[in-house]
Design a protein around this ligand. Structure first.
Ligand SMILES: O=P(O)(O)O[C@H]1O[C@H](CO)[C@@H](O)[C@H]1O
Length: 307
């Protein structure tokens, strides 16, 4: 698994030398694989060609790495994961973060991680892009941490601080990019991402619990990648696309009240239990994919080459 040299040698045989030193890594979330659609000189490498890579089995995720130049002008050399790995697919945490470590070995300094997420903060409208500034990871706190285990690379820190996880500079560049693109203010927000293992979506009570703990959005990915990227010394930017509401502003509706209103003939608004689906998540990705793409491309233009 940790034989990076086999992966790197394979990449050397498949990707032209001028694309093999990407500055920025990108991970495409559910339904967001179109992000690198307009890469120049793009070269696709399928995961099944790469030792150490597993397969993405989730609809809306492809299984390829894309190398190329992104953005206007000459473009910035990037490597993008068109499809990520989640622990709920049965992948080990070490497999989930393997591509991030490969990116580090290729020289990636800045990583832009995107995802689809449910809104816990009732003020977040579906379609909003949340610039993540913090996270809550119950799996990490309870023993499912991708950095657990013997230290195989002594050049990496044993005890990684997480108080400065999400690069202040990169976060600010998103707002600069949005300003430049005249994207309306409400299209973006800042917030805290809660990582859950999935594959079940949250119950309403779990949603309220995570909200009470201080999270704004929830998803089943990203945090393992963030931890590996930070351990490898990368600057991290996370953008979450809100695809559905988890905590419904109107809150819980009592069926006893409803029943009593019904027999009293005063029932006007019967409660309905909202149900989220992955199709809904993907359709939001299709709807907002272009916005995410232009934002990421603009951010790339602004990232200093020595950041
Ligand atoms: O986080 P990404 O991969 O964007 O996908 C999100 O969407 C899927 C659920 O619909 C889960 O995998 C969740 O994590």
């Amino acid at each position: 698994m940790s034989d990076y040299s086999a992966t790197l040698d394979t990449l050397k045989g498949l990707v032209p030398e001028e694309l093999l030193n990407p500055r920025v890594g990108i991970i495409c979330g559910s339904g967001l694989s179109g992000l690198p659609a307009s890469l120049k000189q793009s070269v696709l490498v399928s995961y099944d060609q790469l030792p150490g890579f597993v397969q993405s089995t989730v609809p809306g995720h492809k299984s390829s790495l894309a190398f190329g130049l992104m953005g206007s002008g000459a473009g910035v050399p990037v490597v993008a994961m068109l499809g990520r790995f989640h622990p709920y697919e049965g992948h080990k945490l070490s497999s989930v973060v393997y591509p991030v470590r490969v990116m580090a070995k290729l020289g990636v300094k800045d990583i832009i991680i995107t995802n689809a997420a449910g809104a816990l903060n009732p003020e977040l409208v579906v379609g909003t892009i949340v610039v993540v500034h913090d996270h809550i990871a119950l799996p990490n706190l309870t023993g499912m941490n991708p950095l657990l285990g013997p230290q195989t690379d002594l050049s990496l820190p044993r005890f990684l601080p997480l108080s400065n996880t999400y690069s202040r500079l990169l976060r600010k560049l998103v707002f600069q990019a949005a300003h430049d693109l005249s994207i309306e203010r409400d299209a973006l927000a800042e917030g805290t991402y809660a990582w859950v293992s999935g594959p079940t979506y949250e119950t309403p009570a779990e949603g309220r619990f995570l909200r009470a703990a201080g999270a704004d959005v929830v998803g089943m990915s990203t945090v393992p990648e963030v931890l590996a990227a930070r351990e490898e010394g990368m600057n991290v930017l996370v953008l979450s696309l809100v695809t559905n509401a988890v905590v419904i502003p109107s809150g819980y509706k009592s069926v006893r009240d409803e029943f009593e209103a019904e027999i009293a003939g005063t029932l006007t608004n019967p409660g309905v239990d909202d149900v989220v689906s992955h199709e809904e998540v993907l359709s939001l990705g299709r709807l907002k994919g272009d916005l995410m793409k232009s934002l990421v491309e603009k951010v790339l233009e602004f990232i200093p080459s020595d950041a």
